[in-house]
Design a protein. Structure first.
Length: 196
């Protein structure tokens, strides 16, 4: 899958004795010379990459069955005063921050291949479907995203509101705010494999 020079790939790890294989997800050319995402970073807007990997069971003549999914976020920011780049990775409640001195270094970090810890649980014929949603964030959007991913529901939590309602409203507000910003969605699928 591609948009201009930006690409998303999913390949399979080496096979385990039962035939199970893990997905290896990689994006390419995110910060190429003609990239709108590079322009956004240089303009001071953080860029968010939201990855999703889904496990699908192939059923031949029937509809394929969705089994489960894994998601994670990567946020890239350019710090103009320090002239370096910050890469924040969010996986569940865990957060990792890394800094890079050059554009080439952060570009190489973004092209890192993730071996995702998700596999089928039963025997059958499977494949992985991966998607990558790229958006730009304002500073306030970034702060809200960090709070949201950390489980902070803001005012709703203080007022003793139902957790599910507050979570849904918070996600809706955040998504509506992002609706007007440029975005890109890429999809890719792995080859099929058989688990015995």
């Amino acid at each position: 899958a591609q948009d201009g020079d930006v690409r998303l790939h999913v390949r399979l790890s080496d096979s385990l004795p039962n035939g199970s294989r893990a997905p290896i997800v990689r994006s390419e050319n995110m910060l190429g010379s003609n990239s709108r995402w590079l322009d956004a970073l240089r303009s001071g807007l953080p860029v968010r990459l939201h990855y999703r990997v889904e496990v699908w069971r192939s059923r031949g003549a029937w509809f394929d069955t969705f089994e489960r999914q894994v998601e994670w976020d990567v946020v890239v920011r350019h710090e103009p005063l320090l002239d370096h780049y910050t890469l924040l990775t969010f996986v569940g409640a865990a957060r990792q921050e890394r800094r890079y001195a050059t554009l080439d270094a952060v570009g190489a970090a973004l092209a890192f291949a993730y071996q995702v810890n998700v596999r089928p649980r039963e025997s059958g014929r499977y494949y992985y479907a991966s998607s990558l949603q790229v958006t730009t964030l304002s500073d306030s959007d970034l702060d809200e995203l960090e709070r949201f991913l950390a489980g902070d529901l803001g005012e709703a939590e203080e007022q003793g509101e139902n957790f599910g309602d507050a979570l849904g409203r918070g996600a809706t507000r955040f998504l509506l705010r992002l609706a007007g910003l440029p975005s890109l969605r890429l999809e890719a699928r792995s080859p099929h494999f058989v688990v015995r």
